[in-house]
Design a protein around this ligand. Structure first.
Ligand SMILES: Cc1ncc(COP(=O)(O)O)c(C=O)c1O
Length: 434
């Protein structure tokens, strides 16, 4: 965590965060364009610039707005979406459909139809019934749909259970030994409406070790060998998912991208060479590692409750509605008093939200500079799964998002108004008749 306490206030991408809080109000999500550029540059130099026939698909679920779609397009990345809503957002913002890949378990018929109709680049089959829906839609729209099949390689990543997705007991994908997998492969190869390209796996999120990727490859390689022997099938594509860990607090030790890609690509190259098969295109699907550290959230301190000998609660004007991760995954965050950035953090504090849930604690027992009502707190690394997981619980509007770039700031998403909050809320006529 960078700590430049010469400034009295916290600056982010050249902008004074306390001024931003005044200008736009709080809670406020900030997104640094410089940070996104830097992360994408690092990823490209560890992967796509270094290895031919490779692709990056940004995982939209981490953070998606129409502006973000434009950024991803300009950076020449592909886009991984997991719902009709994400797909619609991408299409509305003018993202080329052929660079979109559609993931997600239990895709709904209308979502499949929208994906097929708009000509998305890849549909990643996540469950047994999905392929029938794809074929039906492809017939209707006279298309041949490029498809991959998502595998759960059966390895367990060392991360929170809710963000581990590659183990056998998972709602995602096909276990490699399931009969349904072989039926789906067969159907995808046989159908004139699908172009079966290969396999996809995503092991989990916030991963700090490359071993799970390497172990997963062993399992996928066995499957590829079997399919070539039995079916003469040679894959054209292999998607290894995302999940690269980031720094949320000083305790985290995220690895650079080449820590993952160097051994992974060496292993892949060696396998295909040894088997005498052309290496398929390798795709990665990172979300948080591109956007997580590019985000910060600002809050204004309201009440402070000191329980003698027990705890000091510093209460803020947001909470689990704008950042569900601490409540959902016991996620930890680095937080500073942005108004008193030059002061030593000496006060043990528990930062709690304003939502009516005891679990609405954003940071437990953290050190803050002496904090008073009216101070602005800044949570670091909130760019991923913060805004995108926001809710209206307690009828609280979703905060605004502001994009920053080298001292400039511009609204990216407007703060939701009370009017908008209630817009779809109807009073059924039958109530007045009771
Ligand atoms: C299929 C798939 N790809 C990519 C990602 C992105 O993961 P991360 O944001 O940890 O990189 C996820 C996250 O859940 C996912 O499920």
């Amino acid at each position: 965590m960078e700590m430049n306490r010469q400034d009295q206030r916290l600056f982010f991408d050249g902008c004074d965060t306390v001024e931003l809080a005044k200008k736009y109000g709080t809670p406020l999500y900030l997104v640094s364009l410089s940070s996104i550029y830097e992360k994408v540059k690092q990823l490209k130099s560890a992967f796509t610039d270094r290895y031919e026939n490779t692709r990056i698909a940004y995982a939209a679920k981490a953070f998606l707005t129409k502006g973000m779609v434009r950024i991803i397009d300009e950076l020449d990345l592909c886009l991984d979406v997991v719902s009709g809503g994400e797909l619609d957002c991408a299409l509305r913002a003018g993202f080329p459909p052929e660079r979109i890949e559609f993931n997600g378990n239990n895709k709904l018929p209308w979502e499949i139809d929208l994906a097929v109709k708009s000509g998305v680049g890849r549909l990643i089959i996540d469950g047994f019934n999905e392929l029938d829906g794809i074929i039906e839609s492809a017939k209707k729209h006279h298309r041949t749909v490029p498809v991959l099949i998502r595998l759960t390689p059966g390895v367990s990543a060392d991360s929170h259970d809710y963000i581990v997705t590659g183990k056998k007991d998972s709602k995602f994908g096909f276990p490699v030994d399931s009969p349904a997998l072989y039926r789906t492969i067969e159907q995808a190869i046989e159908s004139e409406y699908t172009d079966f390209l290969g396999f996809h796996f995503h092991i989990g999120s916030q991963l700090e070790s490359n071993e799970v990727y390497l172990d997963s490859l062993d399992i996928v390689f066995e499957l590829l060998k079997k399919l070539r022997k039995e079916r003469g099938f040679v894959s054209k594509e292999l998607n290894i998912g995302g999940g690269f860990g980031i720094r949320y607090t000083e305790e985290d030790d995220p690895k650079p991208f080449d820590y993952f890609f160097t051994p992974v690509m060496e292993k892949i190259d060696a396998f295909f060479k040894e088997e005498g098969m052309p290496r398929p295109e390798i795709v990665t699907e990172p979300g948080r590692s591109l956007i997580g550290e590019a985000g910060r959230t600002l809050y204004t301190v309201g009440s402070i409750k000191e329980i003698a000998g027990l705890r000091r609660y510093v209460m803020i004007d947001g909470g689990m509605n704008d950042n569900i991760r601490p409540a959902l995954y016991q996620a930890k965050y680095h937080v500073v008093n942005a108004s008193k950035y030059d002061q030593e953090p000496t006060e043990l504090s528990t930062v709690s939200g304003k939502i009516c849930e005891s679990g609405d604690i954003l940071a437990k027992d953290v050190l803050l500079a002496p904090t008073e009502p009216g101070d602005i707190l800044a949570f670091y690394s909130t760019g991923a799964y913060g805004y995108s997981m926001a809710s209206n619980y307690n009828k609280i509007p979703v905060p605004a998002v502001v994009l920053l770039y080298k001292g400039k700031d511009e609204l990216m998403v407007k703060r939701q108004t009370l009017e908008e909050l209630h817009r779809n809320d109807l009073i059924p006529e039958m109530i007045s008749r009771l």
